[in-house]
Design a protein. Structure first.
Length: 364
């Protein structure tokens, strides 16, 4: 079959392709990744953080429809296409859910939406407030496929935009953990002796502290915020990477190709980076997939505790925190939808990790 098919990479790829759940989960991760990057393109509410509130239609069930009147503010905001695509529109207009309206004598009379069979307030607005007095362009029937949250915001839009934090925290946390873990693990495994003893002492101390408690401590030290959580999670996950790298290097440094590299006079840096590390990428890929899942769960826990992403930024963990009491109030979907999204993404990463573990175990 040729040299390529006989290589370890080709064998691993062939094994991975045969694992249905691994390939299926990788597809789910790819779809969620695409949605998270272009969330504002898919979201019905493309305003920044999908934060358009309508308190009169709060906590509505999935599939809820209402007529929406948009009153232009007259304030012009300049945003280029890419800012709108990746960060949302700066919406200065006022959106009002209405029950009915009537136009008479240059005046638009509308009745605000009121639930539970109540009659809403009747208000008037001059048609001159609309560009060219064309009010029809500012009236539309709005559908809320996932309903609305307790502030009347479109829940589907919040779910789509909230996927960004859960998805990208995995990349940032794994990146940080790989940098720190590779450095510490390589030094400990290659040099041994006092260097190994000192680094293992740091690893054991870090390992003994509960992960969530350590993340909370780092987050409080750095301050509440979006990027602070990313850094805090990454700084707590390096110990697993370091232990794996250390163990692999201790085994690999006794191999003949390392002895040959030393005999040729290569320095330690080149031996570690060019010869040893490329041969231990298999276990690193597997542990990185597991760390992805762990990072998502930790971030969700932090947001639930109010330490993670701060309002009005959408986060699946924060959405559960805002609506967990609705489970006993007859609207459990408000907490279950983001919970199921977290479960789906974590399970996908775990299944991909299991598939990679089986595929890279070429001796089996």
């Amino acid at each position: 079959m040729g040299n390529q098919s006989n290589s370890l990479t080709s064998l691993a790829l062939q094994k991975f392709k045969k694992n249905f759940w691994g390939v299926f989960s990788l597809g789910i991760i790819g779809c969620i990744g695409l949605i998270s990057v272009f969330a504002y393109l898919f979201a019905p509410d493309s305003s920044k953080n999908a934060n358009q509130m309508h308190l009169s239609i709060h906590s509505k069930s999935p599939g809820f429809e209402v007529q929406m009147l948009t009153i232009p503010s007259g304030i012009k905001t300049e945003q280029n296409f890419f800012l709108k695509l990746f960060f949302g529109k700066n919406n200065t207009n006022t959106e009002i859910p209405i029950q009915s309206f009537e136009v008479k004598g240059g005046v638009l009379t509308y009745v605000e939406y009121a639930s539970d069979g109540l009659q809403g307030l009747e208000k008037q607005i001059e048609l001159s407030q609309f560009p060219n007095s064309n009010y029809k362009n500012y009236l539309d029937n709005r559908s809320f496929f996932f309903g609305t949250d307790k502030y009347g915001r479109d829940y589907l839009s919040r779910i789509l935009i909230g996927s960004r934090i859960s998805f990208f925290i995995g990349f940032v946390a794994v990146f940080i953990s790989l940098i720190v873990g590779l450095l510490m693990g390589s030094l400990a495994g290659y040099y041994g002796g006092k260097v190994d003893a000192f680094i293992m002492w740091i690893i054991n101390i870090t390992w003994s502290i509960p992960t969530l408690l350590l993340v909370i401590a780092i987050t409080l030290a750095l301050g509440k915020g979006f990027w602070q959580v990313f850094i805090a999670v990454g700084l707590t996950m390096w110990v697993e990477v370091a232990r794996v790298v250390r163990g692999q290097i201790i085994s690999a440094k006794e191999m003949q190709y390392v002895t040959a590299a030393r005999a040729l006079g290569y320095n330690d840096y080149r031996i570690i980076t060019k010869h040893i590390l490329p041969n231990i990428f298999g276990p690193l890929i597997v542990i990185s997939a597991a760390n992805f899942a762990a990072a998502i769960l930790i971030e969700s826990g932090l947001s639930f505790l109010g330490i993670g992403a701060q309002p009005p930024m959408a986060s699946w963990g924060a959405m559960i925190k805002d609506h967990y009491n609705y489970i006993i109030l007859g609207k459990p979907y408000l907490a279950l939808i983001p919970g199921l999204c977290i479960m789906l993404l974590v399970m996908a990463f775990m299944l991909v990790g299991n598939a990679l573990r089986d595929a890279l175990d070429v001796k089996g």
